[in-house]
Ligand binder design. Structure first.
Ligand code: DOR
Length: 448
């Protein structure tokens, strides 16, 4: 049999005996699927000699805001996925806080139509839970290409908000797939906003949106999950207190059971007050970057298994918007393009192993979201890969960023480790910082 693509001499990160392990092997693809793993002579139309490189399953970023429709001066599906592919990400799941918000079938299908033929990576979309669409959520979450229901318990960018437990409980009872939650307690946030209205200092961002505001909402959502049995995925956890709570909670449950947890590269790479002193409102995001003890706790949570998934929470805002006076500035930073190099640099610095990175950036997404055709190098699965050079030294610079907003909080960061190829369904679509061909992303299929 002639394969379409052969990647030879790579150190592949495969799933073996229940864990991710490195193995030198050849990997081939045919008709978009992985068609050969191992040694021996393989005939293929195209050959990539990956000597010295590591072959990872295609990286999945399960939290991005690409702003289309309605806010396309910040980003759109084409520019967002272009940045993703350049950064070694091959699939993205996009958030519903667009304008209009993705809360109806019509809005969801319009996003799907807008994505077709314009995405450089594979794509899926979350629907937003709101008091108005509770009953339809159980139907919406089953739509092809839907990655699940997202709830904002505290207000952030956009109008989506479910602040009260009775509505949350109704949403938890409307559907069965894992619900993903932005966990900040709106009541606490409202009560404390006066702190920043008075001080107007971005260094007070984590003082306003304090640990209690996050902890209280995480406690509430865990109680509701236990009461209703609905699985939850707690997005961008930022505090030591929440991680300790989630660790204890998860001890009682099976792996990928009722509770799963996400952390962001931003919270693993920046800390207060340093980030606010250096970057000002450009470091403002929700939930906020906190002091160093939280940074330490998040790393501990990555390595003790509390964290299941890494997402970038790519949330671009223009410089003009970020340059306004705090707290009138929007929260969020771009991140989809820097996720892989920033994390490979952490691998280089010894904070996590490459195997652990693959676990939280590829493998675990299969279990948390049900995208079982992706995230693993295994015969018969989708031939999406991220090839990386762990020794390559590069500087992350704003000029490399494809996002419409043209900046990254990591501008000037020297990293060791870089994505060299992004491969979608057996075709090389990014090589050495250059895109190849036209947008070839397809919608992601979920096992429900
Ligand atoms: O900082 C944030 N920005 N946090 C969010 O949850 C939303 C995001 C955005 O969409 O801008």
């Amino acid at each position: 049999m002639k394969h379409d693509l052969l990647i030879k001499n790579a150190e592949a990160l495969i799933f073996k005996n229940g864990q991710i392990t490195k193995e030198q092997m050849s990997v081939a693809a045919k008709d978009g699927k992985i068609s050969h793993l191992g040694s021996g002579i393989v005939d293929a139309t195209k050959v990539v000699d990956a000597r010295g490189l590591h072959l990872l399953p295609g990286v999945i970023d399960s939290q991005v805001h690409f702003r289309e429709p309605g806010l396309t001066h910040k980003e759109d599906l084409e520019s967002g996925t272009r940045g993703a592919l350049l950064g070694g990400v091959t699939s993205i799941f996009e958030m519903p806080n667009t304008v209009p918000a993705t809360t109806t079938e019509d809005a969801f299908q319009k996003k799907m139509e807008a994505a077709a033929g314009r995405c450089w990576t594979h794509y899926a979309f979350f629907v937003g839970g709101s008091p108005e669409n509770v009953e339809s959520l159980k139907y919406l979450e089953q739509l092809e290409g839907c990655s699940g229901t997202k709830i904002f318990m505290g207000s952030s960018t956009g109008s989506l908000l479910v602040e009260d437990d009775p509505t949350l409980e109704r949403i938890f009872r409307s559907g069965s797939r894992r619900v993903i939650l932005h966990s900040e307690d709106e009541y606490v946030l409202r009560e404390r906003k006066k702190i920043v209205l008075e001080s107007k200092k971005v260094t007070d961002h984590p003082v306003w949106r304090n640990v209690d505001s996050a902890l209280s909402s995480t406690q509430r959502l865990l109680a509701l999950s236990e009461k209703t049995g609905r699985p939850v995925h707690v997005l961008h956890v930022t505090s030591q207190e929440e991680m300790e709570l989630l660790f204890r909670e998860k001890q009682k449950l099976p792996k990928f059971g009722r509770v799963t947890v996400e952390v962001l590269p931003n919270h693993l790479s920046l800390w207060a007050p340093d980030c606010y002193e250096r970057l000002g409102t450009y470091a403002q995001q929700n939930p906020p970057i906190r002091e160093k003890r939280h940074w330490e706790a998040l790393w501990k949570a990555v390595n003790n298994g509390t964290v299941d998934v890494l997402g970038s929470d790519h949330a671009p805002h223009t410089r003009e918007e970020k340059d306004k006076e705090y707290p009138g500035t929007p929260s969020g930073m771009p991140g989809v393009q820097t996720l892989v190099p920033v994390m490979l640099n952490h691998v280089h610095e010894g904070r996590l192993s490459l195997e652990k990175f693959v676990e939280i950036a590829c493998e675990n997404q299969r279990h948390v979201f049900g995208c079982t055709q992706k995230g693993r190098i295994e015969l018969g699965l989708d031939a999406d890969f991220t090839l990386v050079d762990l020794k390559k030294k590069k500087k992350i610079e704003n000029s490399w960023i494809a996002s419409r907003v043209g900046w990254t909080p990591f501008d000037g960061l020297n990293v060791t480790g870089w994505p060299t190829h992004s491969i979608l369904l057996g075709e090389v679509r990014m090589q050495e910082d250059h895109l190849i061909g036209s947008p070839a992303g397809k919608k992601v299929h979920f096992q429900k």
